[in-house]
Design a protein. Sequence first.
Length: 46
Amino acid sequence: IKGRFRALMRVLHPDTGTHPDSVEYQRVLEAYERIMAERNVGKSKA
């Protein structure tokens, strides 16, 4: 997931990518953060 996310961010990032739409960038970023939060639920900090 992390690798795909980073590749997509390189394309969508408004400063460096070929896709100037920061709304799409923000949507993908929020979705990634939700996915990672759900994956970390129940994991203890050791």
